[in-house]
Write a protein that binds this ligand. Structure first.
Ligand code: BYC
Ligand code: FE
Ligand code: FE
Length: 464
């Protein structure tokens, strides 16, 4: 079987690991059949498959049926004499095995990360039915397959380094289900339904970007196998964020074009998505993603940092790596400041880097509006808006950070967050387009195609 699993972890010579994976693999395929993309089992998709970690190993494009995708196990190359970059063990050699003292925490971090990967596949499973073009259809399938591979990456760590309880956790990962009240996925945003392509693009923009920051923090880990797996996963994450960011950009561009041509209020009737509705989806998914960072004041975060398990985004860029005797200043909506010891504030530090990154995407979207001399602008709501986790959880504040009376917040909620009516109208414009050369009315064509192919004319998915 190991010859079926592309890998650079010497699977051929590790019989125990091979046996563990051989037990898990059929369950994984069952899971994919049950909750993977629905309705495209017979389709051949123009996918990229990683066959090695070198640049050439990447550019491997071809038609495959998704269930035959070669999910592999890849670690970024070992860095010689790598040292622990932060926390109480700063400067010591990194670990090639799990230290007994931190086993529980490490397993928990890996399981939390792992759980998001299959969850996202489950969330997206129906979207192929309403894809705006073959290009977009191919991209969602590419992301699904790569999230499947990310699950493999984490299951590799559990099987290889955590023995029996690692194998049990790996089984649980195929048992929990996004949105299932009895056995839900671990983090909230991964139980939220992704019902239409606006949800999906926002999800890829904001939740996959959380992935980028969490994976980057884990890439700093003293546990070297975790660092190496997450470093390779990060190379795939860039495309996931591109799909989300460029997807929203193309929607904004299309809506703006229609606004220029037709001076009509009801853009839905013209088959495009009003900017106000796009804004509500942004408000929703951005704040769901902010919750994924955990509490601003977190003893777990302090433990992870002290132990060297989870660092900051690009830890090397910080002037020092102990984060002792420093405080983080958390600004509250009432203008007051809460001082948090720095190590306990690592979730907030990571989130701040994330927020800045989101603003870069936002500026690109707004440029589409500026170009066309349209006055409206998209924005990112204040970090205290619509929160369920952390210091701002449950606060009735508006997207500009102003605290409201609770009744007023409830009354105006539909101005800021998608309503059932919004969702129904979005769903009504999302009719599938499966012909090469054509695209749905509500989104602009992509600037370029995939793997050197044209954006629209190429038959990225062949139905059988
Ligand atoms: N939902 O100390 P606290 C990706 C719990 S995305 C539900 O504030 P901590 C991807 C928490 O477990 C990247 N529960 O936070 C994207 C704790 O429970 P206990 C995913 C939550 O522990 C798209 C309590 O509240 N990667 O890859 O520092 C497609 C207090 O927590 C939530 C990771 O998350 C929540 N949102 O947790 C595909 C990296 N937040 O101890 C893939 C691994 C907190 O009271 N995870 N809780 O029982 C971690 O590093 C950390 O666990 C967290 C923050 C970042 C989640
Ligand atoms: Fe992932
Ligand atoms: Fe991703």
């Amino acid at each position: 079987m190991s010859n079926e699993i592309p890998n650079n972890v010497n699977l051929e010579s590790d019989q125990q690991l091979r046996r563990a994976l051989a037990g898990w693999h059929p369950h994984y395929l069952e899971w994919w059949r049950e909750v993977g993309p629905e309705g495209f089992d017979a389709s051949r998709v123009y996918l990229r498959t990683a066959i090695s970690v070198s640049a050439e190993g990447w550019a491997n494009y071809g038609y495959v049926r998704m269930q035959d995708y070669r999910w592999g196990i890849f670690l970024a190359p070992e860095v010689m004499d790598r040292r622990i970059g932060f926390g109480d063990h700063y400067g010591e050699p990194v670990w090639q095995q799990v230290p007994g003292d931190h086993r529980k925490e490490l397993r928990r971090i890996i399981v939390t990360q792992a759980d998001t990967e299959p969850a996202s596949v489950e969330q997206n499973r129906l979207l192929g039915k309403t894809a705006p073009s073959l290009y977009d259809l191919r991209n969602i399938f590419q992301l699904n397959c790569e999230e499947g591979r990310h699950l493999w990456a984490m299951v590799y760590l559990l099987h290889r380094y955590f023995g029996r309880d690692g194998r049990e956790e790996a089984d649980e990962l195929l048992y929990r289900r996004s949105g299932n009240p009895d056995h839900p996925r671990i983090l909230n945003a991964f139980n939220a339904p992704v019902r239409d392509w606006l949800d999906y693009f926002c999800f890829s923009m904001f939740s996959d970007r959380d992935g980028k920051y969490q994976l980057a923090a884990l890439a700093e880990s003293a546990f070297d196998p975790l660092s190496r797996t997450t470093r390779f996963m990060l190379t795939e994450e860039a495309f996931h964020m591109f799909v989300g960011e460029s997807g929203i950009q193309r929607i904004a561009a299309r809506t703006a074009d229609v606004m220029l041509q037709k001076d009509r209020d009801d853009l839905f009737e013209l088959g495009v998505i009003p900017l106000g509705v796009l804004q509500k989806y942004i408000n929703y998914w951005y704040t769901e993603a902010l919750d994924l960072f955990g509490g601003e004041d977190s003893s777990n975060a302090a433990t992870y940092f002290a132990a060297g398990l989870k660092g900051r985004f690009q830890e090397d860029d910080y002037p020092e790596h102990l984060a002792l005797d420093q405080t983080y200043e958390l600004r509250k909506p009432d203008g007051s400041i809460e001082k948090i010891p720095m190590r306990r504030a690592m979730n907030a530090v990571l989130r701040d880097a994330y927020v800045e990154d989101c603003h870069r995407g936002l500026r690109r979207w707004n440029r589409e509006l500026e170009h066309r001399k349209i006055d409206a602008r998209l924005y990112l709501p204040a970090v205290c808006f619509n929160r369920k986790v952390g210091a701002f959880a449950g606060l009735p504040c508006d997207p500009w950070g102003k605290i409201l009376r609770r009744e007023e917040f409830e009354r105006r909620r539909s101005e800021w967050l998608p309503t059932e009516e919004d969702r129904a109208r979005v769903a009504a414009v999302m009719k599938p387009v499966y012909e090469p050369g054509r695209i749905a009315n509500w989104i602009a064509p992509p600037a370029k195609g995939i793997g050197g192919k044209p954006g629209l004319e190429f038959e990225y998915v062949q139905f059988n």
